[in-house]
Design a protein around this ligand. Structure first.
Ligand SMILES: C[C@](O)(CO)[C@H](O)COP(=O)(O)OP(=O)(O)OC[C@H]1O[C@@H](n2ccc(N)nc2=O)[C@H](O)[C@@H]1O
Ligand SMILES: Nc1ncnc2c1ncn2[C@@H]1O[C@H](COP(=O)(O)OP(=O)(O)OP(=O)(O)O)[C@@H](O)[C@H]1O
Length: 311
């Protein structure tokens, strides 16, 4: 159940919600409904957005912290989440939302999904509603394939279009260097479409079985995790954004244990041995001239959760 928060007039509920890296992303063929069946290992990282919610006369959503244009109000995924929750609970979506964005926009790290999950959890708390987690996860899946995972966080196996989750036993603490590539974001549907095009045009290698990755996570075998990282969308992201190859190469040359395009890209995620190693790889990569910004992060991180700051 979500916690019951008795929010008085003017109260603010703050929620932290994580970005993700897909440690493994196997993509099936396009389905009749346009989606692709996935076998993916989601991994939440502590690069998180912070979403503040307050009672108001009407729904409004503002974002800050990024230079990219992000939709406002009901067109923002957080606004869509509040509209859906209000409908299901028979309430007015009268909430003012303020999002501090840290997760790169359209970067393949599910930033919009994180904000949607935060809005669900935060609004339920603001309205003092005990919504069972399973109910919230069902509504999350209506908002987007990545939203249920943003609710759960941690490390999880995703199937279906990514919305069906099962727990993964993981003993690994992972240190990351994340390099959101310059040149703007990539559209998720465009990357899936590019993969379909590449597959129709020729033989594109597919990610193998997920079991070796699950085994490496279970034992906390960092070298095994690095070796088993795979992403079927990577070829499509490279095709749309060829310079990503150089960034990935520069990260590996800087000493990362392994590297991968995160989800639909264009963020490059580089696995490192520990936080100190990540800091050294980040410094080297920043000096390589192949990226605009570099960040470090750690995982697994918890899913969307109320921070309790109110008043
Ligand atoms: C690339 C990933 O981030 C990997 O976790 C996700 O698959 C994307 O999830 P998302 O952004 O939540 O995607 P959705 O909002 O559900 O879908 C957006 C579009 O992405 C494509 N899409 C998404 C998920 C999926 N399993 N197959 C797809 O083909 C479809 O064109 C869909 O219309
Ligand atoms: N709260 C939000 N934060 C960021 N983008 C949003 C938000 N709401 C709507 N959007 C729109 O959704 C698009 C994709 O944003 P998002 O940052 O979620 O991409 P992504 O991380 O690549 O997604 P995914 O990894 O789930 O495919 C943006 O370009 C923007 O137009």
């Amino acid at each position: 159940m979500t916690g019951r928060v008795l929010a008085g007039p003017g109260a603010t509920v703050r929620v932290s919600s994580p970005g993700k890296v897909n440690l493994f992303l196997g993509v099936g063929d396009r389905r009749e409904d346009g989606y692709h069946d996935l076998v993916t290992v989601f991994h939440a990282v502590d690069l998180a957005d912070e979403v503040a919610l307050q009672p108001a006369d009407r729904l409004s959503v503002r974002t800050h912290g990024v230079t990219e244009v992000v939709p406002e109000d009901g067109d923002n995924l957080a606004g869509a989440a509040i509209t859906l929750l209000a409908q299901r609970l028979g309430r007015e979506p009268a909430v003012a939302v303020d999002i501090t964005k840290r997760i790169p926009v359209a970067g393949g790290m599910a930033g919009g999904s994180a904000d949607a999950a935060a809005a669900l959890v935060g609004c339920a708390a603001l309205w003092g509603q005990d919504v069972p987690r399973a109910q919230l996860a069902g509504w999350a899946a209506e908002l987007g394939s990545d939203v249920p995972f943003a609710l759960s966080g941690g490390t999880a196996l995703g199937t279906g279009r990514g919305e069906r989750l099962s727990p993964v036993l993981s003993r690994a603490e992972l240190s990351w260097v994340l390099a959101p590539a310059g040149g703007g974001g990539l559209s998720t549907p465009a990357v899936y479409t590019e993969l379909d095009r590449l597959r129709a045009a020729g033989d594109v290698p597919r990610a193998g079985e997920v079991e070796p990755m699950l085994a490496a996570l279970a034992t906390g075998d960092l070298a095994g995790i690095a070796a088993e990282m795979a992403n079927d969308l990577q070829a499509a992201a490279f095709s749309l954004r060829p310079e990503l190859r150089r960034t990935l190469r520069a990260g590996l040359d800087a000493g990362a244990l392994g590297g991968i395009v995160s989800g639909s890209g264009p963020t490059i995620a580089l696995l490192c041995a520990d936080p100190d190693h990540a800091a050294r790889v980040a410094t080297d990569l920043a000096g390589s001239g192949t990226v605009r910004t570099v960040r470090t992060a750690a995982g697994p991180a918890p899913g969307a959760r109320v921070l309790g700051g109110r008043g």
